[in-house]
Design a binder for this molecule. Structure first.
Ligand SMILES: NC(=O)C1=CN([C@@H]2O[C@H](COP(=O)(O)OP(=O)(O)OC[C@H]3O[C@@H](n4cnc5c(N)ncnc54)[C@H](OP(=O)(O)O)[C@@H]3O)[C@@H](O)[C@H]2O)C=CC1
Ligand SMILES: O=CC(=O)O
Length: 326
């Protein structure tokens, strides 16, 4: 008999077919009030889960899935699951590291360029008919090339961002991380330092850690106050890694120059957020990996991951392999 799987995000037909060939698949278009009862009934029988990072899978929900053997998220971030809980239950969480590094780094570099050159603000000025003369000094941007780029979280994506800064823009690279990264030091001439020093000396501060109990609110009022007044802050990790209210304050009162954000405490970001009123905030709707090519690679990877995991192979792409009690 085929194993039962819940798919909670729409995926292309050819990838759906690969799941159908192996499993008895129940599809839900996300999880919401209207389908929650049916979702819970399906959970009671399911052996596998696959879906996107926009749906939370807390222990209270997964307690309703007593037969669960593996979960596969179409993301590299694993914060919508409780890894400790899954590990205690012996359930592997599969994710999609690697395939999205370059695309996500492109997005983060777009944020760097847009904030530094005030691209969105000035584009809006043109569209709205407010370009009536030379823009004048008050609307000048700041250079990116030759500046200092500080990366907090020099992992796969952090490295890809630093690579763009080093080779493309002649930037000086510095980073803080739990462990030193010899590749970044050798290839990109990156300097390892503690976070405080990085905050004080970087022109661009880019956060690319995962969201964990150690990184939650890693950057708040104290950290913004340490940054240069001319600093530009970029967050591509998760919204909860920063104190968003403190960022609004820092942007409003000139503690830092500008911020480029792809992630927010609450997503989708409500239009009533004070961030939406700030010209010096560039706001993207969590599109780090959102290109046609890369999203397809992530889906293919996640489907492979679930097939492998439900067939007993978690050698590739298992986020909690070391913690699993197997
Ligand atoms: N905006 C978007 O669309 C996207 C966002 N993301 C986010 O980016 C995150 C990173 O992805 P990826 O680069 O693949 O992950 P990696 O695991 O390769 O990199 C994360 C890095 O963060 C470091 N780190 C972890 N905890 C801390 C800490 N407490 N202090 C300092 N550094 C820390 C790790 O250090 P060490 O090596 O020492 O453990 C590692 O180098 C994802 O978890 C996700 O949240 C990812 C993809 C797209
Ligand atoms: O935010 C995206 C991810 O893949 O994680």
């Amino acid at each position: 008999m085929k194993k039962k799987v819940i798919l909670y995000r729409d995926i292309p037909a050819q990838e759906r077919q690969r799941l159908d060939d192996q499993f008895d698949v129940t599809f839900f278009d996300g999880m919401n009030e209207s389908n929650k009862d049916a979702f819970v009934i399906a959970l009671s029988e399911t052996e596998g889960l696959i879906g996107s990072n926009s749906t939370s899978m807390p222990p209270t929900l997964l307690d309703l899935a007593p037969r669960l053997q593996a979960a596969s998220t179409i993301s590299v971030g694993t914060d919508k699951f409780d890894l400790t809980y899954l590990s205690q239950r012996g359930i592997p969480l599969m994710h999609t590291p690697g395939v999205l590094n370059e695309t996500t780094a492109d997005t983060l570099f777009t944020l760097i360029m847009c904030t530094a050159r005030r691209a969105i603000e000035l584009s809006n000025m043109v569209r709205e008919g407010r370009w009536t003369s030379n823009i004048g000094e008050s609307l000048y941007g700041t250079d990116v090339h030759g500046k200092t780029l500080g990366i907090i979280g020099m992992g796969r994506i952090g490295y890809a961002i630093a690579k763009r800064g080093h080779f493309g823009f002649d930037m000086k690279i510095q980073y803080s991380n739990r462990h030193r990264k010899p590749d970044a030091e050798q290839d990109l001439n990156a300097t390892f330092m503690d976070m405080e020093e990085l905050l004080k000396t970087s022109d661009f501060v880019c956060v690319m850690t995962p969201l964990t109990s150690q990184t939650e609110r890693l950057i708040g009022a104290k950290e913004f106050a340490m940054m240069k007044k001319s600093a530009i802050f970029i967050n591509g990790s998760r919204g909860k890694v920063i104190d968003e209210a403190a960022l609004v304050e820092a942007l409003s009162n000139g503690t830092i120059r500008a911020a480029g954000l792809d992630v927010f405490e609450v997503e989708p970001l409500p239009a009533s957020s004070p961030l939406c009123k700030l010209d010096n905030a560039v706001l993207f709707p969590h599109i780090g990996s959102a290109t046609t090519e890369t999203r397809l690679k992530m889906i293919t990877c996640a489907v492979d991951n679930l097939i492998n995991a439900l067939n007993g192979d978690i050698s590739q792409n298992c986020a909690n392999k070391e913690q699993l009690n197997r």
